[in-house]
Structure formats: C-alpha cells, structure tokens
Ligand binder design. Sequence first.
Ligand SMILES: [Zn+2]
Length: 416
Amino acid sequence: MCPVATNLADLVMSRCDELAACSEDSGCITRRFLTAPMQEVHDRLGGWMRQAGLQIRVDNGGNLIGRRHSEGATRTLIVGSHLDTVPGGGRYDGVLGVLLGLAVAENLSESQLPFHLDIIGFSEEEGVRYSKPYLGSSAVAGVFLPEWLERVDDQGVTMREAIAGFGLDPDNIATAAYSREEVVGYVEAHLEQGPVLEDAGAPLGVVSGIAGQSRLRLEFRGEAGHAGTTPMLDRCDALAMAAEFVGEVRSLGRQTAGLRATVGRVEVTPNATNVIPGRVELSLDVRHVEDSVREQAVNDLLVAGKRIVNAVNGSFVLLERTAQQAVKVDGNMSELLAKSISRCGHEPLQLVSGAGHDAVVMAQRFPIAMLFLRHPGGVSHHPDERVERDDVAVAIEVMSQFATRLAETFASGRHI
Ligand SMILES: [Zn+2]
C-alpha cells in the first residue's frame, strides 16, 4: 500500500470521527437538512477544503462545494455524496464519500487535470426532515421542484424558511444546477450497506446498476368471526391468506436471480386474540436491476394473490402501486473504475446497488459511476457502522487513478 494513501486514509477516518460530533442529539449522530450541526459540518469540512487549496462555496440547495480549479478547463468531474444522516445514523454513510473525494484532491496535489474537480457534500439525501429524499442532488441536477419549498418539518418550519435561515436564497435554487455539457460525469463512493464484498473478500466493487423498485399497498379481505364458534372449514381468514401470500413472495424472491421481494409491514384488523382477522393490509417492496424482471415479478405476485383469495372466496385489492425505474451506470466510466481497481492489484468485482443514492438523481442529467467499499458486518443507518482504514486507502488510490486515467483520455481526444 502506498504510504501517502495510508496517511490520507488515516486522515479520512479521523475526519469522519470529527464530523460525527456534529449532531442534533448528544450520544448519537442525527444531522438533518440545514440544521445547526450541518452548519458546523460546513465550517469544519470547508476549512479542510480550503487548506487543500480548493475554492469553496455553498449553493442555494445547501450543498457545500469545493473546487480543485484547473486553469483553462471548461468541464468538471464531480465527486460527492451526502452530509446528512438518518436519526441515530452511522459516521460513514454519505460523509465517507465526500471525504474520499477531498482525499483524492489532496492526493493529486500538483498534477494538472484537463477538468475541474468538484467535491460536493450534498445537503440532504435521506429525506428525514421534509419526507423528501435527494434535495441536494436534485438542485445540482436541475430537477428540484419549487413546490417542495412549501413542505413543513415537525417544528412547523417550511423548507423555504430553513433555506433562508441558512443564509441562502430559496427562490434561486435553479442557480445550483450544472449544465449537462459542463459535467464530465459524477462519481460516488459509498459503503456497500450489504455483505457482498465482505463475503467475496474484496475491498471495493464497481456498481453495475442501481435496482429499480416497486412499492405496493395490498389488502386481503375476508370475514371476521368468532374464534371459538366458527368451524375451520367455514372461515375466510384474511391473515391466513396474507400469510400464504408472504410465502409466495419469499419463494419467488428465492427463485429469481437478483430479485429482492419483501413484505415489511402488516396491519391486521381487528387484531384481537379471539377474532378471526377480517382484513389485512400489507406492503410489498420488489427490487431488481432489470425493470422487466421486477415488473414481471410484481405481476406474478398479483396473480398469486388472486389465486389465494379465490380458493376461499375472499378478495384481494391493490390499494397503491408506485415504481422507480432502475438506474443505468455509464459504461465508460464504470470500466475505467474497474481498470483502476485492477491496476491497484484487486479483483474488480461488479455488484448491483439495492439502495438508492444521490447517483440516482444525478443520473437524470449526467453520466454516473459508483464505487462501493466493503462494509464489515453490513450494519448501516446505525452507530455500529464500520469501514476498514486499509479499504479507504485502496479507494483513495483507485479514485486518484481513475481521475488520472480519465485525464489521459482527454489528452488523447477520446474523452467521454
Ligand atoms: Zn448514503
């Protein structure tokens, strides 16, 4: 391992510790959109960026941006992730990707790049304060909708007031957007938040796509009745139907490669010990990197639900169905990331992201690529979240390599 990368990795680890202290709650890490602890993060991180020679600014979406300026360049490579957390979150989710970007800028030191390198700390990805995720990246990608400004947090503060209170202009969020032409691409490094890299013994992996997601609310309707007097063969038990359905969800998930299918919420009515359940509402979450596979799975499960209720004369109602399409990564940039991993002596593993990231929104306007870091224990959105210092060092080397090789493609006129 290169000693410079190891030293920078130590710095990233200690900076993650320092930023973890910027929290709304003492004893755990909670940092929501444009709260006082976020200002503290901006002060500390902005100071480190300035020390590294970056030009810093905060855009009207509340994103902190540090630019490694390249004389004469007209285009920009963006590296970033988010600075907010869930309540009681971990110290690496989001923040790690921003600090890795800064470490890469520090590692490249004097070398000339034919593009600016912008390190962005997005203001909000988790969607906790205003029940709306990806606020920061939506501003940068130019897809922020003005009506979101009227949303109210649990203290009655509108988003408009929160932005103005941070010294920014809510009526000019559009100025935060980068044009499609000026951006070379967006690269995000993030904890895997899963076990794939750890099981494979690999420090890093390249994301091959971000899974699309279907979310449904379903209802099984049966007939409530006395638990003691209704004979078993005369029953139309909504929970028994729902239980059979959950079994179908699990078996389809197991049989279909790459599918994730989950019933995570069940509401039983009347939910009493001595009454046969008359009604059960449940959630269904289905994800796959191929939209057609996901849609087929949802349709198959709806057919299964109908079949289950038909057998007992119950009914099965689709209450709500929403979907988010899968996100494609940029082939050239992802290949360059994979080559950079190989060059650093590691197997360039490919894996699907089952979770959403700022890259989902950035992909609406820019080419994107994502790098995942091994996540020991896979625990995320939790204080026990961990990452290995040595994996962070490899990530710094790989991302620096990536930027240098991307610069070479510019020099040869083969740029993306
Ligand atoms: Zn995250």
